[in-house]
Every structure is written in C-alpha cells, then in structure tokens.
Ligand binder design. Structure first.
Ligand SMILES: Cc1ncc(COP(=O)(O)O)c(C=O)c1O
Length: 366
C-alpha cells in the first residue's frame, strides 16, 4: 500500500464542476478581488463559526497580523503565546513590532498550559494568543477569565481548527477575534493561499477590513497604515464550493481518530488526548513515542507518509534568536517535539488504510 500524508485528489471529484464553472465566471467578469464570492464566503464561513463578522484575507499569517494591528498592538507590546506551533503564530506578532512571550504546553494535550499564563503578564502585555493546535481548542474559560481580569485581548489562532468546538461553541467565537488559514491541506483549504478572520466585535471588524486593504474603506482614501491582505475571488469560489462538506469531513476525521485510538490500544505509542470539553476536528492526528525517528523511517519503508508538527520549537528557531530564549526554557515543549509523529489523516482515508498504518506500527514494535 502507498498512503500519502494527505490526498486532495480524492476530495476533488464532488465539486470539480462547480469550481471550474465558478472560476470561469470570475474570469469572464474579471472582478478578481473582494467581489461577490469573497462577500458571500465572509457571510457563509462566519455563519458556520457562529460569528457576527467574517473578513476574508490572503492567508492565516496575515489574518493574525491584521487582527493584532487592528488592536493597535505594536512596538513595545508583548503578546503571550506558545512555542509549540507553526512559526507563523509568533511571526505574526513579530511582524507587528510586538514581542512574543512563550508559555509552555500541557504535556497531555500539547496545547497552551493556561496555568502558566498569569505569571508572564507584565505592564507591556496587550494580548494572549492561544493556538488551537491539531484541531483541538485550548481550555478557553480560565484563559478568558485571566484576560478579563488583566484587561487583555484574546486572539485565537484557529488556523488548524475550522469547526472545532469548546463547550458547544466553535473556534473563532471564543476570543475577541480569530485567525484561520485556508492553506491547501487544512480541513478547509483553498487551491492556493487564503485566510479568514472572525469576530463578534463590530468596531474591530470595521478596522480589520481597513487594515486588510491598505487602511482604506473607500478606494484611494487611506485612513491608516494597513497592508495588502486581500482574499481573491478564485480562492473564494473554491472555498464556497467546499464549505458545505466541512462538517461531514470533520466528522469523518473524528471517526478515523476513534479507529486509530481503538486499534492502537495496547501498543507502546501514546494516542492524542482529548480535553473533555472539546470536540476536536483532527486537522492532525499526532501520536507520541520516544522512538519517533526510527518509527517514521520504518513507516516510510512501508509506503506510509507521516509528518512532524513541528520538529523545532519556535523559541529555538534561528529566526527567533533575538528574543533570547535558550534550550531548557520550555521543557515540556522541548521534550514533546522529539516524540510527536503525525499519522496520515484526511476525511477520505479508509478503514483498511488506517488498519495498514496501525499494523505497520505494531510490526515495528514486535
Ligand atoms: C497554527 C498555525 N498558525 C498559523 C498558520 C499560518 O497560516 P498560513 O500558512 O495560511 O499563513 C498556520 C498554517 O500553516 C498554522 O498551522
């Protein structure tokens, strides 16, 4: 068997015609940015999340940066986040001129250890940026309580969490605003780049719209320094065609996770922990084992492609050296990154393929 890490070709068939005809219409009309498809997507995806406002943007990194800038976060400010994430989370903070301050993660869920946040708050702290990594939400209630006590904004990095729920509420509605990525392999992915911002705050939404488009509400009238963070119409066509399938795909991913969990019982690998308040969407299904590198190489020989998300924590990346962190500063994060392995996970993977992956893992340990 040959099992890729994700397989987008299998997903394409049901909406191929719709996408091709939608792209054809966009090209006939030549309204290429922020047109009817973006406007509709903004309504449809905001509604999916249960948020009052949706703003389509160019990518997830831009989404986070735009939110922070619309909150007037910049040089001299600090934003508390995690190091166990894709670098874009911290990069977005740095791009505003603010400084990321990292807390360690909960060793069970690999998500922000909320109990460490308060100790990191200083007079310069302006916001907390929890990351709903792998498709599972951070424990938001205690975090929101800390934020409200200290007058801090909460920005969700929901780039891996389209449709994930916390106590029945969807990611994207839990903080002041949330950034999503539509990177092609996400649970909802464009055929290029795309991103989204959701918020229930009308004033913030209006400012976010301006920051997204060079600080402008009326063409060539620029009220503030913004950026080019617009979503294009062709990606909006793709995303609108896919959106009606997202809930069912997420359910499939949960079923696959349950099957992996069942089949992996009794083996030496640790399966992902689910927080009891959560309905995760398994953007990634991440197991843990001290023999990670050997297992990954063995699985590759069996035709199974896996990933590591992420091998080097953000605080130890060369690009973040200027922040002054060193090995040992975030012990849980630093240990976890040596053990994690993301197994093939996508809605279209079938039970036999999952069984083959697990049988191969069992063979490795036998
Ligand atoms: C957790 C996280 N944050 C931010 C991003 C950035 O999104 P994008 O690649 O669309 O800029 C990603 C996606 O890759 C992500 O996984």
């Amino acid at each position: 068997m040959n099992i890729p890490f994700v397989d987008l070709r299998k997903q394409y068939a049901p909406f191929k015609e719709e996408i091709l005809s939608g792209i054809g219409k966009v090209l006939d009309g030549m309204q290429l940015f922020l047109g009817e498809n973006v406007q509709q997507l903004e309504k449809e995806f905001a509604q999916f999340c249960g948020a009052a406002h949706g703003i389509g943007v160019s990518d997830g990194t831009a989404a986070l940066q735009i939110i922070l800038r619309a909150m007037d976060i910049g040089p001299g400010d600090e934003v508390i986040t995690v190091s166990h994430t894709f670098i874009a989370t911290a990069e977005a903070i740095v791009l505003t001129g603010a400084k990321p301050v990292f807390v360690d993660i909960d060793p069970a869920t690999c998500l922000m250890d909320v109990s460490q946040v308060e100790a990191k708050i200083t007079p310069r702290t302006k916001a907390i940026l929890p990351v709903h990594l792998y498709g599972q939400t951070v424990d938001m209630d205690p975090l929101l309580e800390i934020a409200s006590r200290h007058g801090l904004r909460v920005v969700e990095d929901a780039c891996q969490a389209h449709g994930a729920e916390y106590k029945g509420r969807k990611a994207g509605t839990l903080g002041d605003a949330a950034g999503f990525s539509f990177y092609f392999s996400k649970n909802l992915g464009a055929y290029g780049e795309g991103g989204f911002i959701s918020t229930n705050d009308s004033e913030l939404a209006a400012k976010i719209r301006k920051v997204r488009d060079h600080g402008s509400g009326v063409r060539y009238h620029h009220d503030l320094i913004g950026m080019n963070g617009r979503l294009d119409e062709i990606q909006a066509v793709v995303l609108r065609a896919k959106l009606p399938y997202l809930a069912a795909w997420n359910e499939k991913r949960r079923e696959h996770a349950r099957l992996y969990n069942d089949l992996l019982k009794g083996t030496s690998v640790v399966v992902p922990a689910e927080h009891s308040d959560n309905t995760p969407v398994y953007h990634l299904y991440v197991i843990r084992t001290p023999k990670r590198d050997e297992l990954q190489a063995f699985l590759k020989d069996q035709g199974i492609f896996t990933g590591i998300h992420y091998p080097i924590p953000v605080h130890l990346q060369n690009a973040m050296e200027f922040l002054g962190y060193k090995q040992g500063d975030l012990p849980v994060t630093e240990r976890v990154v040596t053990e994690i392995l993301s197994l093939p996970m996508y809605a279209e993977i079938d039970d036999d393929e999952i069984k083959y992956v697990v049988d191969s893992i069992k063979t490795f340990y036998s």
